[in-house]
Design a protein around this ligand. Structure first.
Ligand code: NAD
Length: 359
């Protein structure tokens, strides 16, 4: 059955990297007899310039009625000036999209490729044990969305932000994380601060209740300060890390760094409706935009996540991942992962990936 995929290329390198992912998907469609129908809409600065808002209501409607969304990146210096209304800045388009689609689960896998192990800042003996984990981060609740206030108390400047979750918000992300663990090595680590925070204690309680329905999954509990250390000392121990919005935000940047490069990392944001969004973790890289220098692999791997998570096309997703690995084994590198040695262009590495899929 044909799948309708909205392409939100966005700004900077967005169009180049999304075009690469589309070419790869077209090759996959040919090879496996699938049909992908691509619908292009604007988001970010380019949407502001052309439609007066970083995402139009019409685009939101098209997204809501699609089967999945692939996003490039938004933003750039052009829209940083005070002349642009803060409510219409490029990133507001992204936030609106997440909110409107209630994309509550942010998944960030972190894998280290054998060919790129020298790019990891970790010691060889740690990297050699392998890194293959996924962070499942709650994306639309917690302290980033809680009540906040800045005020004066007895003449002293004071501020607070509230971390608040109810059991339903925890349950839905927990179920998602357990299901993810079932598809992987069946190990789940809940990362929290339950020695101090009431909200973390509730997370532990609810996760314990949900765990009864997933008896095959081994559950561990870890304080966030310990986890940030364990990710450096012994990352191979992790399979699925489940955590709240703020801890997930911080830990996922740490994991992207230990695997080597920003340009390689994909992500998925899963919602309550069937429409999910897939995007690389990096920004619009205005410094290299339009030069055919971007690394498209993070976006291509995001497309692979879409095939697996939204369309249950596991073979197709695996074919993309294997092709990426092969290209790296063949020593093809974009500039960001070349360590100053010879490098190929965005279009060239895309062609090389397609060539391997075609064989
Ligand atoms: P960035 O991720 O765009 O770039 C950081 C550095 O990494 C740059 O040197 C860039 O050239 C390089 N880089 C990033 N992706 C790359 C790729 N695929 N291939 C090769 N090199 C790559 O972060 P920034 O410079 O802090 O932000 C630039 C703009 O992107 C800002 O306007 C920011 O707000 C926006 N941004 C958007 C998103 C998003 O759309 N999800 C995320 C982060 C930042």
């Amino acid at each position: 059955m044909s799948k309708n995929i909205v392409l939100l290329k966005g700004d900077g390198i967005g169009p180049e990297i999304v075009d690469s992912a589309v070419k790869v998907l077209e090759e996959i469609a040919k090879k496996f007899g699938q049909e992908f129908n691509f619908i292009e809409r604007l988001v970010g600065g380019i949407a502001y310039d052309n439609e007066g808002a970083p995402i139009s209501d019409e685009t939101l409607e098209v997204c809501k009625n699609s089967d999945a969304i692939i996003l490039g990146a938004v933003g750039g210096p052009k829209w940083d000036s005070d002349e642009v209304d803060p409510k219409k800045r490029p990133e507001q388009g992204l936030l609106k999209l997440r909110k409107e689609l209630d994309l509550y689960a942010n998944l960030r896998p972190a894998t280290i490729y054998a060919a790129l192990k020298d790019d990891s800042p970790l010691k060889d003996r740690i990297v050699e044990k392998g890194i293959d984990l996924i962070i499942v981060r709650e994306l639309v609740g917690g302290i980033y969305f809680g009540e906040r206030k800045t005020y004066e108390e007895d003449g002293i400047r004071t501020a607070y932000d509230i971390e608040k979750y109810n059991e339903n918000e925890i349950k839905r992300i927990a179920k998602y994380a357990f299901k993810t663990a079932m598809r992987r090595r069946k190990k789940l680590t809940l990362v929290d601060k339950a020695n101090v925070l009431d909200s973390s204690k509730l997370w532990r309680k609810v996760i314990g209740e949900i765990a009864k329905y997933f008896a095959e999954v081994e559950v561990n509990y870890m304080y966030v300060d310990n986890c940030s250390m364990q990710l450096i000392a012994n990352p191979s121990q992790f399979d699925v890390i489940l955590t709240n919005n703020i801890f997930g935000d911080i830990l996922s940047d740490e994991t992207s760094m230990i695997t080597g490069s920003l340009g390689m990392q994909p992500s998925a944001s899963i919602g309550v409706s069937r429409v999910n969004m897939y995007e690389p973790i990096h920004g619009s890289a205005p410094d290299i935009a339009g030069k055919d220098l971007a690394n498209p692999i993070g976006t291509i791997l995001s497309a692979a996540m879409m095939l697996e998570y939204s369309f249950d096309m596991k073979k197709e997703a695996e074919t993309i991942r294997n092709a990426v690995e092969k290209v790296l084994d063949n020593n093809l590198r974009t500039k960001d992962i070349s360590s100053g040695k010879d490098f190929v262009k965005c279009s060239e590495i895309t062609e090389a990936i397609i060539e391997i899929i075609r064989k």
